[in-house]
Ligand binder design. Structure first.
Ligand SMILES: Cc1ncc(COP(=O)(O)O)c(C=O)c1O
Length: 389
């Protein structure tokens, strides 16, 4: 049985071109980018070329882009680094209700130091209304606002331009988690009023364990990883040159493909949703009325628990998930779907299917068939249907 991977928001395979670009940096070009000799120069040149490619993907000046170990570290750095840089500022932190754990847990940790966290509610499609941000900022000063560019579970794309403009009017730094958005939609921080932007390579066909943080010029930020003077003295630790080369190559490819790929993914996603709706009764697509990532489909089948469906689908060779990969195996309603106002039952039913660069029409059609078989089998076996028989 051919396995079908529909979990591209959890992670992506490394693109073969990216792997090829990285390969020499594990072996013959293994130098430490801080060394003065030719091996070091070679590594340093590769690191800086990669930085320019990542910066180009998001419209950032190259010298404002810092490499990290991934999206989580970038988010932790932005939030904690900002908090510690502005200890004399307001202790009030505003975050969207559907942020990733990396944001939620970072701000939660800051509570120990007297920071207060206020959650910005989302609407039924998962959007943080810009007027709600304006209202919250009019009510009093804040240290920071953190709202993701696009949601990992449902794909909802936030109105970053309007939220950022509001933050700027109030002089409040705006942190944006763009881990899911990068490579799927165009990002340009030279136009968007964003102060910090977090990226992770493994979501756009780069390697795991490398990411980047864009820091707008003039915005204060404390270092959080202390040691030697890597990353222009901003983040210590011998540079992951191969990883940086990987995120650089992945960025170049993402930039070249993003327009065509997002159209193609949206067509496949629409085909997938239409296919499911046509053959499975009581199918609901969550968040479908909002601007969404083109590859992401969060679907609930009434009466079918996501966790049971996922186990059955895995047996049938379909890889999908309920919410974030880091929540796999958690039998609680998705906090994101709950924040969107779904009932507990519907939130427990939501399954995330994500299309990627290597998904084609035949995979989508086959997935629809296997999902339909699975939903039918589970509905048939459920106590409610047994009672009717
Ligand atoms: C929206 C979002 N933010 C942050 C992260 C964390 O990124 P990383 O896995 O690179 O640490 C993820 C990963 O699932 C994500 O989906």
């Amino acid at each position: 049985m051919q396995r079908i991977y529909l979990d591209y928001n959890a992670t992506t395979p490394v693109d073969p071109d990216v792997l090829e670009a990285m390969r020499p940096y594990f072996t013959e070009r293994f130098g430490n980018s801080m060394s003065g000799h030719s091996f070091g120069v070679e590594a340093r040149d590769a690191l800086e070329a990669a930085r320019a490619s990542v910066a180009d993907l998001v419209g950032a000046p190259t010298d404002r882009l810092f490499f990290t170990s991934g999206g989580s570290e970038s988010i932790n750095w932005a939030i904690k680094g900002l908090a510690f840089a502005r200890l004399d500022a307001a202790k009030r932190i505003l975050v969207g209700a559907t942020e990733h754990h990396a944001v939620e847990e970072s701000v939660h940790w800051l509570r120990r130091f007297g920071f207060r966290v206020e959650v910005l509610a989302v609407d039924a499609e998962g959007r943080v209304p810009p007027v709600a941000v304006a209202k919250a900022l009019e009510a009093g000063p804040a240290l920071l606002v953190s709202v993701m560019w696009a949601n990992n579970e449902v794909g909802t794309v936030q109105d970053v331009a309007a939220i950022g403009a509001t933050c700027r009017r109030h002089g409040v730094p705006f942190i944006v988690d763009a881990v899911q958005a990068a490579g799927k939609v165009a990002i340009d921080v030279s136009r968007a009023p964003v102060d910090f932007l977090a990226l992770g390579a493994h979501k756009f066909y780069g390697p795991k364990g490398v990411g980047a943080l864009y820091v707008r010029a003039g915005v204060e930020l404390e270092n959080v990883v202390h040691g030697a003077g890597h990353e222009s003295g901003r983040r210590a630790g011998t540079s992951n040159v191969a990883g940086a080369v990987g995120i650089g190559a992945a960025s170049r490819k993402a930039k070249a493909l993003v327009g065509g790929e997002s159209t193609r993914a949206a067509q496949l996603r629409d085909r997938f949703e239409a296919g499911l709706g046509a053959i499975i009764a009581d199918t609901r697509v969550n968040g479908a009325a909002a601007a969404r990532l083109p590859n992401t489909s969060n679907v609930g089948f009434d009466g079918v628990l996501a966790q049971e469906l996922l186990v059955d689908l895995d047996r049938r060779g379909i890889a999908a998930s309920a919410g974030a990969a880091c929540r796999a195996g958690v039998h609680l309603p998705s906090p994101t779907l709950s924040a969107m106002g779904l009932s507990r039952e519907r939130a427990l039913a939501g399954v995330r299917f994500c299309i990627g660069r290597f998904t084609d029409e035949s995979a989508v059609d086959e997935a629809v068939r296997r999902i339909a078989d699975s939903v039918r089998a589970l509905r048939h076996a459920s106590p409610a249907s047994a009672a009717k028989r």
